[in-house]
Write a protein that binds this ligand. Structure first.
Ligand code: NAP
Length: 240
């Protein structure tokens, strides 16, 4: 039994999956929450759809049981990584309320719900890492709900930092730049020319690999000197 545990959302692919590998290599046991079962050795799966606010009603009991099974002492460190994300193309001129609410539920409310399930059993040395975006602090056109939600996530992280004063739990928001995952590829319709154009806006002229984001998340989770920080991890974006 490990005394270090990662509870991550959206570990079924992309950045989340890479983060799981990174934490497993450091001896963490892992619990993943996503809609698609991860099917990875050593990872406990809780299959939930976080776009439904009621996910927490069924999910809380299962999550508690999974944590207790892997950490019976109740004394270990828990790292929570709020990584699951939903990106829709929409505009402030036309975004529908229902669609807006769904993005806010997955990207902002669900992390707050998960915190409330886990905080009572989190000990000093634990950490809460939010996965934001470059769009946590700037905006682009046609991503209204996503931009709004990722800005809100920074607010949630800062509120977390203030509300947990004295707890020994630290928190950060890691903000990825363009990372080569299904989310990015789907967003550009799988168009390689668009991906190349995106890469040309990065100082290293390439996309970030999910493993690089996993390293950044690991630092944010394990180095408490970073607390309340917005940590951009984007390889340097060329200012236009
Ligand atoms: N890739 C980029 O360029 C980039 C840039 C900036 C920020 N980010 C952020 O990084 C994080 C990870 O992104 P990624 O690129 O790795 O995305 P991805 O490949 O699309 O993976 C997203 C993950 O979120 C989970 N998820 C989505 N909706 C969910 C729901 N309703 N309930 C539960 N889980 C759900 C998915 O699992 P299931 O489908 O199995 O449920 C999947 O594991 C996101 O927060 C994203 O906003 C990514």
């Amino acid at each position: 039994m490990s005394e270090k545990m990662l509870v991550i959302t959206g570990g079924s692919r992309g950045i989340g999956r890479a983060a799981i590998a990174r934490f497993q290599a450091e001896g963490f046991s892992v619990i993943n929450l996503s809609r698609t079962p991860i099917g990875l050795a050593g990872v406990a799966q809780i299959t939930v759809d976080m776009s439904d606010a009621n996910w927490a009603i069924q999910g809380a009991g299962k999550l508690h049981d999974a944590v207790v099974k892997r950490m019976p002492s109740g004394q270990g460190r828990i790292v929570v990584v709020h990584n699951a994300g939903l990106l829709e193309k929409d505009s402030v001129c036309t975004v529908a309320a229902e669609s807006f609410a769904k993005v806010m539920q997955v990207n902002v409310i669900a992390p707050a719900q998960l915190n409330q399930i886990l905080l009572p059993i989190m000990t000093p040395g634990s950490a809460i890492v939010y996965v934001g975006s470059t769009l946590s602090e700037k905006a682009v056109a046609n991503s209204c709900s996503y931009v709004t939600s990722k800005h809100a996530l920074v607010g949630l992280m800062r509120a977390t930092c203030q509300d947990l004063v004295g707890s020994g739990i630290h928190t950060n928001c890691v903000c990825p730049g363009f990372t080569d995952t299904e989310m990015l590829r789907a967003h550009v319709g799988g168009d390689q020319a668009v991906l190349d154009s995106i890469a040309s806006g990065v100082t290293f002229n390439r996309l970030i690999q999910p493993q690089e984001m996993a390293d950044a998340i690991y630092v944010a989770a394990t180095q408490a000197v970073f607390n309340g920080a917005v940590m951009h991890a984007n390889l340097g974006q060329i200012e236009r």
